[in-house]
Ligand binder design. Sequence first.
Ligand SMILES: NC(=O)c1ccc[n+]([C@@H]2O[C@H](COP(=O)([O-])OP(=O)(O)OC[C@H]3O[C@@H](n4cnc5c(N)ncnc54)[C@H](OP(=O)(O)O)[C@@H]3O)[C@@H](O)[C@H]2O)c1
Length: 255
Amino acid sequence: MSIGRRVLITGATGAIGGALAEAYAAPGVELHLHGRNQVKLAAVAERCAALGATVLTQRFDVRDTPALRAWLDDVCATQAPDLVVVNAGMNTNIGPAGEGEPWEEVEALLDTNLKATMAIVLAILPAMRRRGRGQIALVSSLAGYFGLPVTPAYCASKAGVKAYGEALRGWLGPEGIQVNVIMPGYVESPMCDAMPGPKPFLWQPARAAKYIRRGLERNSARISFPFPLNLGTWFLAVLPAAVSLRILALLGYRG
Ligand SMILES: NC(=O)c1ccc[n+]([C@@H]2O[C@H](COP(=O)([O-])OP(=O)(O)OC[C@H]3O[C@@H](n4cnc5c(N)ncnc54)[C@H](OP(=O)(O)O)[C@@H]3O)[C@@H](O)[C@H]2O)c1
């Protein structure tokens, strides 16, 4: 399949989404970039256009399901995109003294990270299935392997995205629709900066985007990085939970 002909990215105003947009920007590529921040969206669109891509932008909150559906119906009216990267996301944490996550934040997080992801998939699926091909990349996190005490709701949402993507891959693969789960470790971004706890093996967004693009071209089921953190977090899920929690506490990821 010719990856990159029509590429749609949500959260393109962010660090990873913006770097991905630039990684795909080239002559002959139609980029559909989404975000909320007008200034950042215009800036990333300009950079991608300078690289030769045709760029179309859309601003809305992904929790606004009617707006989301209207946009995706419009994009799919001619033909489903070749690649859809569901990347927009947010984080919360339990606070500096372990106070807990306010319900309003938990609800916003689940609506953004999990429900909107499913809404996007369901909105593009009919056109992609009609076409009989396409690729959907869901951005989860290494935090989806095992719950970190400082970010319970975030870990739950990303575990949900991971499971959803794996299930979709099994369901839709035989129809020619490729589904990939992206599990980044720490990547320099406003969201990452706001997260408490140590951030080992921090990558820059451009490096992450290059790695993700390569993984998508290979149609890897799981695109997880960096290797040492991937192995470590994977082990947390395999070990008895009591042992994993002890390891996390020793590493400074206490509640
Ligand atoms: N950075 C990391 O270490 C890391 C690690 C693992 C997974 N991830 C995942 O990677 C993805 C991108 O994160 P990032 O690190 O690039 O963070 P970021 O720079 O903070 O970007 C977040 C993006 O999501 C958009 N967004 C958030 N809430 C939204 C909403 N309700 N409606 C519409 N757009 C919304 C933001 O749009 P505006 O800025 O325009 O509001 C922005 O484009 C997220 O799903 C995140 O969970 C990141």
